[in-house]
Write a protein that binds this ligand. Structure first.
Ligand SMILES: C[S@@+](CC[C@H](N)C(=O)[O-])C[C@H]1O[C@@H](n2cnc3c(N)ncnc32)[C@H](O)[C@@H]1O
Length: 299
């Protein structure tokens, strides 16, 4: 019986509409079109093995648009009027996983090695700039801000800023608001939560709101790392770009490492994700000073 059913086309089964839509397949030709767009727009590499992941992330959009095939969807996304759909697709396919103090050894290094000399310079009136590139919903830049405040409680009175950027405007908006769910707050170290977050009741339930002191140190901005050029003029003493380039193709990765090198002023630090490696010309320009922690060579 089931073998017979399997051979019948779904439209002859009188299935509920939702189930029929779930049965919309993502053919390789359409996955290739989606992969091409992701590569062009964000430098993100999507392999043909990612069919079920891409399917599960995009099927809801197809349902909302009442479409019956991924071909129709790709046609819409690629049409001149499809700019917003294209952005929506990109946001649906990026991975935003993050955590306060993720990869704790980087924050140890920041606290003990990278920041103390910079704090001393800030006290003398120097401009200190840190970039959290691919910051997701802000947990990474707020972790950096908390470390700065632990070393310099009056940091808001100095020229110290963290640029927090992401391609995903929803993540940027979340970070800017600085409110986190109880589930996220439960995973924060106790002293971070107690010192820098306030429990508030909102229409979305209990939330934890970042303190003004923390928020004042961070500027959020939408920015595509794969753009031809970046709008920032000044350089950075520290760049965090963690668990972002892992999704990029090899060429884009090399270009990015080079661009980060050019955006650092010596002896600047670059922190990268646990499964990422420097590649291309920039390898010789950095020295390793810890696990996935690099310092720009000054000679
Ligand atoms: C896995 S999260 C990593 C967040 C944080 N850095 C961490 O390690 O916890 C990757 C982030 O990179 C962002 N991203 C992906 N492609 C990007 C691009 N081309 N330009 C800027 N951000 C990008 C995603 O939107 C996502 O928020």
């Amino acid at each position: 019986m089931s073998a017979n059913l399997a051979r019948q086309p779904s439209h002859s089964l009188n299935l509920p509409t939702r189930l029929m839509k779930d049965a919309i397949p993502l053919h390789d030709a359409d996955l290739q079109r989606i992969a091409r767009i992701l590569d062009q727009d964000a430098g993100i590499f999507v392999s043909m093995e990612k069919n079920s992941l891409v399917h599960s992330r995009l099927i809801k959009i197809l349902r909302t648009l009442n479409l019956s095939s991924f071909k129709e969807y790709c046609d819409l996304v690629e049409a001149p009027a499809g700019k917003e759909l294209r952005r929506e697709m990109l946001m649906a396919l990026t991975t935003n996983l993050t955590r306060f103090f993720r990869e704790a050894h980087h924050f140890e290094h920041l606290l003990k090695e990278a920041l103390p000399p910079l704090i001393a310079k800030a006290k003398l009136g120097e401009r200190i700039r840190i970039w959290s590139a691919g910051c997701s919903n802000g947990q990474e830049p707020y972790s950096i801000a908390a470390i700065i405040l632990s070393l310099l409680p009056e940091a808001n009175n100095y020229d110290i800023k963290i640029l927090a950027s992401d391609i995903d405007c929803n993540m940027v908006a979340h970070g800017r608001i600085g409110m986190y769910s109880e589930e996220i707050a439960e995973k924060m170290p106790d002293n971070l939560r107690n010192k820098h977050f306030q429990k508030v009741t909102t229409e979305n339930g209990i939330q934890y709101a970042a303190s003004e002191r923390l928020k004042k140190l961070v500027s959020f901005r939408e920015l595509n790392l794969n753009a031809v050029s970046w709008p920032m003029r000044g350089k950075f003493q520290i760049i965090f770009c963690r668990n972002v380039v892992i999704y990029f193709n090899a060429e884009t990765q090399k270009t990015l490492w080079n661009n980060f090198r050019d955006m650092l002023c010596g002896p600047g630090y670059l922190y990268i994700g646990h499964s990422e490696r420097l590649s291309g010309q920039s390898v010789d320009k950095f020295e390793s000073v810890g696990t996935t922690t690099y310092r720009l060579k000054t000679h």
